[in-house]
Ligand binder design. Structure first.
Ligand code: GDP
Length: 269
């Protein structure tokens, strides 16, 4: 990826709007130096709108521009192209001074696994993807696809391997599919999710599962209440915690629980 980064003029870093902090890689800034960076905040359909607004404000300070996108539905893609073109203006101006005309601006998309990079590339490229073909025996170099006048996109995204020192970041990445869930014990991931929901979205679990869950309930109490309300019981009426864990995780991942932002937006200065 670092080799490809050298070839581009503008970098698009894609972040997951549910975890803008955990899905960003602090090493990227070192890799791109002073190349303009545009942030695409994706999966906004699955995130908390109010918190997304706060994150947008915060991230603006750290990049050339931030654009809210929902690549599943194709929302915000036009605005993203506009932001990339704007970010490239100083680069083009520099070239013009040196007498370089008509050189296309080259851009690449980077981000952690599963954030939506390929979906965005398909949105940007549309049907033209069919043009790239795999010929056996021919090593394929980087392929550039024109996505707007004077704007070329690298057809393969840069995968940023998540880097995390604190466990919470790792657990958030597991919850959103950026790292394999099996890396952590499912019950640890679910416990963190439930604690976050109890704190930030106190009504959600009660209304979703029809259980009277209090904000201060301990994790085992929450499991027991959900198990009872949903009939996740083992012989003898004992709560089937594994079943509850799997259900809560599934409901969160599919969006059935609702739209949440797990990373707290930093306080305004
Ligand atoms: P990549 O690993 O970064 O290339 O991620 P993909 O493009 O393969 O997307 C991973 C998953 O996220 C796929 O199931 C996509 O359909 C889904 N996805 C991508 N963008 C969005 C979005 O904006 N909203 C939602 N809800 N899902 C999305």
């Amino acid at each position: 990826m670092e080799t490809n980064l050298k070839l581009v003029d503008v970098v698009v870093e894609m972040l997951d709007a549910r975890i803008p902090r955990a899905s960003s890689n602090p090493m990227l800034i070192k890799m791109i130096g002073n190349k303009p960076k545009v942030i695409a905040l994706n999966k906004t359909d699955m995130a908390d709108k109010e918190k997304t607004a706060l994150w947008l404000e915060n991230l603006k300070a750290k990049s050339f521009a931030v654009v809210q996108v929902d690549c599943a539905k194709g929302k915000g893609v036009k605005q993203l192209i506009g932001a990339i073109q704007k970010a490239a203006e100083p680069v083009t101006a520099k070239w013009l001074k040196r007498g370089v005309h008509n050189r296309p601006i080259r851009v690449m998309i980077v981000g952690v696994p599963n954030v939506g990079k390929s979906t965005l590339i398909n949105r940007l490229v549309g049907r033209r993807t069919a043009m790239t073909q795999d010929k056996p025996g021919v090593t394929r170099g980087p392929q550039w696809i024109t996505i707007a006048k004077g704007l070329e996109l690298l057809d393969t995204p840069g995968v940023l391997w998540p880097k995390f020192e604190d466990q919470e970041v790792g657990l958030f990445l597991a919850l959103t599919g950026a790292i394999r869930e099996e890396i952590f014990d499912k019950s640890i991931v679910t416990e963190l999710l439930i604690k976050k929901l109890q704190k930030e979205y106190p009504q959600v679990l009660s209304s979703k599962y029809g259980a009277d869950i209090e904000q201060e309930d301990a994790i085992n109490t929450v499991y027991e209440k959900i198990a009872k309300a949903r009939g996740c019981l083992k012989a003898g009426g004992i709560a089937d915690v594994d079943k509850v864990v799997n259900m809560v995780l599934r409901d969160f991942k599919s969006g059935k629980l609702g739209a949440f932002t797990l990373d707290k937006p930093p306080d305004k200065k």
